[in-house]
Design a protein around this ligand. Sequence first.
Ligand code: GDP
Ligand code: MG
Length: 170
Amino acid sequence: RSGYVAIVGRPNVGKSTLLNNLVGQKVSITSKKSQTTRHRIHGIFTDAQSQFIFVDTPGFQTQYTNRLHSTMNRAVIQSMRDVDVVILVIEALRFDDRDKLVVKLLPAMDRPDKPVILVVNKVDRLADKSRLLPFLEKMAKEYAFAAIIPVSAEKGTQLADLIRTVRSYL
Ligand code: GDP
Ligand code: MG
């Protein structure tokens, strides 16, 4: 199976770390412009069963202090239009107003044909792991995510689970 995947989220949640760790030592390319697709390709994950092509999104800006920000957000929305799966990254136990805004701006949230997988990152930082499950349950209750997966992008924890989940939607 193969398909296009966008990784979105506010700055600092760990999008680049996740991408680097997913793509890892495997075949990876970075190119500013691809001649073969409409997308700017950021990396490719390949294994025996699948190939995911991660597309570069410019990153959501969460302050509307100037017009440039909303122009940039339109560019993000545009780049998500043709992907098969969207991965939204947040930090464990920290779902703040900026993250809420990002969710609100995701057109895919209203589209049953475009799964949004919520990745709850940085779980390695949690001193009290018992707080994670209620947090995941709350997110599941409030939003219609296709799946919710706690990970540590840095340590590589649960990334196999994430890959399986993405694959299931391709
Ligand atoms: P981006 O702005 O969303 O691309 O975020 P980055 O990938 O640049 O990460 C932002 C910061 O969070 C960096 O200092 C990373 O080292 C750190 N970080 C990313 N993933 C993890 C994680 O799983 N655990 C911990 N503890 N830190 C992480
Ligand atoms: Mg980044």
